[in-house]
Ligand binder design. Structure first.
Ligand code: FAD
Length: 355
């Protein structure tokens, strides 16, 4: 029986590498035709240290992670394959996979869930008009398919995703009319925000979207101030929504694992022990699926979960890699932007009897 890794983003690819290096047979299942998850659409260079692929572009990091595993004899790769259900079966987990109108069942000794996250949406008047898009969709159109998604975009959300995608829109020759933010502070890194301000992009703080004007497609948006309720109309042909992500943990929930709402981790999450094991000890959860963070952390969690999973199968692993990866992960989270995630983790640890 193999270990099944679901999702070939940075977390899943790194988990595969740890397992394969420990001599474990792995089936990697990815619903997309490309390997790399979110990384394939990230054209910007990453921050951090050399170990965290600093100064490399996201899509190049994806290529490297794939090259590290793709020819391994213990790896079976299933692309364009969507995992639709997990069933608890005695000492194994039955994985139901849908591909090209067929269902396949795979018996797994362990499952590592690395399914990433889904984008949050907003309720407002006329929010079903074409050309209202999530940041992930607009990024895929531009950076994966080479399609110019619009001429003038209004961005909702000033977190890192809103800021980075705004910059990429400008690089593609698209005008970013404004960035709208409900809070009084910019959510993303100031280095990204400063770049946009220098390029003349206005930020509307303490404001939100009131409605979209247009029937066939977006023609303009009305923005409302949350302070004095004043309304501003901005002409544009697309609205991009970047208001956060929710962990995609639902497959694990089908096994009856314990979950809890933890705001700092992005909403409902699976309760995990220090080894990324859920209350169903054969099901591990890593990366954005376990709590919203970033690719560097997702990769390190993938490394660790793969190693812990291999240990649970009595395989020999490089223990120094566990120590080194834990140290890097702690260093990353102890920086100024890791505090929110650490608070989420504290809350998770406060829940008694996870397993
Ligand atoms: C615009 C943008 C900019 C970012 N910039 C940075 C940055 O500069 N630095 C940084 O560290 N992070 C950055 N991030 C965050 C980073 O991309 C994510 O945190 C990271 O990709 C999470 O990795 P993951 O492997 O958990 O999930 P993902 O990368 O989302 O991968 C999940 C994979 O699972 C697959 N999948 C999901 N469900 C199923 C299923 N049922 N069956 C089969 N396959 C499935 C998906 O298709 C996907 O390939 C950015 C994100 C965005 C959107």
């Amino acid at each position: 029986m193999s270990v099944v890794v679901i999702g070939a983003g940075p977390a899943g690819l790194k988990a595969c590498k740890s397992l394969l290096d420990a001599g474990v047979e792995v089936i990697l299942i990815e619903r997309d035709s490309l390997l790399g998850g979110q990384l394939v659409k990230q054209t910007h260079k990453f921050f951090g240290s050399k170990e965290q692929y600093a100064k490399m572009r996201g899509f190049d990091i994806a290529k490297q992670l794939v090259n590290d595993i793709k020819d391994h004899p213990l790896l079976t790769l299933k692309l364009n394959s969507n995992v639709v259900a997990l069933f608890d079966q005695d000492d194994s987990i039955l994985v139901s996979v849908y591909k090209e109108s067929h269902y396949e069942e795979i018996k797994a000794t362990r499952v590592i869930l690395a399914t990433g996250a889904s984008e949050k949406f907003l309720a407002f008047e006329n929010n079903d008009v074409p050309q209202i898009m999530g940041a992930g969709a607009i990024q895929t159109l531009m950076n994966v398919h080479g399609v110019m998604p619009a001429k003038e975009v209004v961005m909702i959300g000033s977190g890192n995703i809103g800021l980075i995608v705004s910059y990429q829109l400008i690089q593609a020759g698209i005008k970013v009319k404004a960035i709208i933010e409900a809070s009084d502070t910019i959510g993303g890194y100031s280095v990204h925000a400063s770049k946009l301000k220098r390029l003349g992009v206005p930020f509307y703080m303490k404001s939100t979207i009131k409605k979209v004007i247009g029937t066939e497609c977006v023609e303009a948006v009305e923005i409302v101030s949350l302070e004095d309720q004043s309304v501003t109309t901005l002409m544009c042909d697309a609205l991009c929504i970047a208001v956060g992500l929710s962990p995609s943990y639902q497959l694990a929930a089908m096994l009856g694992v314990k979950t809890q709402y933890i705001k700092e981790l992005g909403g409902d999450v699976v309760l995990l022990n220090d080894r990324y094991q859920s209350s169903h000890s054969h099901c591990y959860v890593v990366g954005d699926a376990s709590g919203i963070e970033e690719a560097s952390a997702a990769m390190m969690e993938g490394v660790l979960a793969g190693l812990y999973c291999a240990l649970s199968l009595d395989k020999k692993v490089d223990e120094s890699l566990i120590e080194e990866t834990l140290k890097q992960l702690n260093d990353l989270r102890n920086g100024p932007y890791g505090q929110k995630f650490l608070e989420g983790q504290r809350q998770m640890k406060g829940v008694q009897n996870v397993i």
